[in-house]
Design a protein around this ligand. Structure first.
Ligand code: AGP
Length: 605
């Protein structure tokens, strides 16, 4: 996720671009840049860090002009450096800003006639690719070059030969065009244009827009003209940033189907039924030398790690241990060169996890990161690893980072499994199941209203227990964590089988139980656990597989989720629990995005 702004009209463009970048900073904040076209020349200023830092650099620089583009970056390809910041310029003539991931950028790079690249980004390859197609018509250059592009993009292109034209295109990454009096605004969402116009049209996937002072023309990739409707926007600034959602947490829950695709995009080898995660950076013989996996994490990342443990053991037959990073470094853990230690972290800044990987390295383990924030401290210290591509997560309660961490761990387990134990048929079955996940996530999200109504019934309890078994035990932990951190209701996640060893004493009509009981190999066992709590008078909410009518006999409330492969169930089963916690917190009037006592990155021990 990055933020894009563009303007063409009669006003001075620089203040509009800078203002727009500030509005879009929530979409990415590791570096930013602007480019303005004036008098046949493109001038550009870029800076690492937040928009404020760019503003300081821009201050005093005179960048006059009425046409320009700008970008605030959330790194995906390439580290956080000025060279990697957008806009990217080719030959001083063509400038591009891009939000998305170009999946086949290596393939395109190999086809460049003059690949004088100065960055490590997929976007710069795309800019050169468009430049190579340019024969005097900018729209044609963009349209034709996109025919061979795989991946996602929201992009805006500017060329010195066309001082009155911007070209924008979209596939998978949002772009809105604001229509003013003889002027146009382009942005990743409507926020930057709201002070100037409320008349907006939204580009759809596969559309290319030619925008100039005289008009707006939109075609599809087959060059057919598309007639668009113009919408009158009545959102305020804040609502627009949240994509119309009430707060960031809800937006991020709803982001999951899209960002999940980003996590697996380009990482499946369909021929071989395996995954390809270049970031592991180990030769085949080194990989074969790995005898143990260790996952170091905290909080939600820890729960994702537990799901990874299950997958590594089942698919790759690799003993896998997971540890709170805060505990690990104060023990005397037995690890060595045959241990692959993953640091699992959304922020990449969690102090405990950082210290833990330093300790693991000291003891000789191979350390890799599975991180969301590109260029973060843990990502840099790990030296290699894989980004989860969840985009900026702003709500303190982690949601989309969880599902994307699980996605990447599953891919690793598949890759390791295919080296040794997993057959190509099982690999292909899992790939298919992964590809179906976004659609199934959407089906769960469609139940939002229903979940809200159920949440109403549970909001007054002081304690709620969550139970699950096997792959759904970490889901129970995560459901309980979500609830306690944003609603302040006391909640515990428990293994269903552990109930009778103590916690059952807590169960009564005043302590409801949320049971994750989808139809996997432990289904019957989970049903027995539900019976145990029912017999003690508890109200029971069950997360059940679609079509399971029988479960209604023992459940007070049911939320159905689509069926999938057992190992992938947490990707779907966690979503209703995120929504459940969210609606209870809202009903109790809590500040869901910023719960008391908590911070998004815990950079202290
Ligand atoms: C999750 O909702 C929490 N806010 C918290 O547990 C978080 O997952 C934990 O602090 C780890 O953070 P990280 O992923 O940034 O390392």
């Amino acid at each position: 996720m990055c933020g894009i702004v563009g303007y063409i009209g009669n006003k001075q463009v620089l203040p509009i671009l800078m203002h727009g970048l500030r509005d879009l900073e929530y979409r990415g904040y590791d570096s930013a840049g602007v480019a303005v076209l004036d008098n046949g020349k493109i001038s550009r200023i870029r800076e690492v860090g937040k928009v404020d830092k760019l503003a300081k650099k821009v201050d005093g620089e005179k960048l006059p002009g009425n046409i320009g583009i700008a970008h605030t970056r959330w790194a995906t390809h390439g580290g956080v450096t000025e060279f990697n910041a957008h806009p990217h310029i080719v030959d001083g003539k063509l400038a591009v800003v891009h939000n998305g991931i170009i999946e086949n950028y290596r393939e395109l790079k190999a086809k460049l006639k003059n690949p004088k690249l100065e960055s490590e980004t997929d976007t710069e390859v795309l800019a050169h690719w468009i430049y190579q197609h340019y024969k005097g018509d900018l729209v044609e250059a963009v349209r034709k070059s996109l025919l061979e592009v795989r991946g996602t993009y929201g992009l805006v292109v500017m060329h010195v030969d066309h001082p009155k034209q911007l070209v924008a295109a979209r596939l998978g990454s949002p772009l809105a065009i604001g229509i003013g009096e003889g002027e146009y605004y382009i942005a990743s969402d409507v926020t930057p244009m709201l002070p100037y116009t409320k008349q907006v049209t939204f580009l759809d996937d596969g559309e290319v827009a030619s925008i100039n002072g005289d008009g707006l023309k939109i075609v599809n990739l087959r060059d057919e003209i598309i007639n668009k409707t113009v919408t009158e926007i009545d959102w305020d600034q804040e609502t627009a940033q949240k994509g119309g959602f009430e707060n960031f947490m809800l937006k991020e829950i709803f982001d999951q189907p899209v960002v999940f695709e980003d996590a697996i995009r380009g990482r499946l080898d369909m021929e071989e039924g395996t995954a390809i995660l270049g970031g592991i950076n180990l030769k085949q013989n080194q990989l074969k030398g790995i005898k143990r996996i260790l996952i170091l994490a905290e909080g939600t990342a820890m729960h994702a790690g537990l799901i990874g443990k299950n997958a590594f053991e089942r698919l790759a037959n690799l003993p896998t241990e997971i540890d709170f990073s805060s505990e690990f470094r104060y023990r005397d853990p037995v690890i060595g060169e045959d241990t692959l230690a993953f640091a699992l972290s959304q922020s990449g800044e969690t102090a405990d996890t950082l210290m833990a990987i330093r300790e693991a390295k000291r003891k000789g383990a191979v350390v890799r990161g599975i991180i969301n924030v590109v260029g973060s401290t843990i990502a840099r210290e790990a030296g290699a690893g894989t980004y989860i591509h969840a985009g900026p997560e702003l709500a303190v309660a982690s949601t989309k980072a969880f599902t994307n961490m699980v996605a990447v761990l599953l891919l690793y387990a598949l890759e390791f499994g295919r080296f040794k134990f997993t057959s190509v048929a099982t690999g292909k079955k899992m790939q298919q199941a992964l590809l179906e996940i976004p659609e199934k996530m959407n089906e769960v999200l469609k139940r939002n209203k229903e979940i809200k109504a159920i949440a109403e019934k549970y909001k007054t309890y002081a304690n709620i227990l969550f139970i699950g078994r096997g792959v759904n035990y970490p889901v129970a932990l995560e459901g309980a964590l979500k609830l306690k951190e944003i609603s302040y209701i006391h909640a515990e996640g428990l293994a269903g089988g552990a109930l009778k060893h103590g916690p059952l004493a807590l169960v009564s009509k005043d302590v409801p139980v949320v049971a994750i009981c989808t139809q996997n190999q432990l289904y019957e066992k989970m049903k027995s656990n539900i019976q145990e709590v029912k017999a003690r008078g508890a109200r029971v909410l069950v997360i059940a597989s679609e079509g399971d009518e029988e479960i209604k006999e023992i459940a007070d409330d049911v939320i159905y989720v689509p069926k999938t492969m057992e190992l992938l169930e947490p990707l779907l089963n966690t979503i209703p629990l995120q929504l459940f916690a969210y609606h209870i917190a809202v009903a109790l009037g809590r500040d869901v995005d910023r719960p008391r006592n908590l911070a998004k990155s815990v950079t202290v021990e």
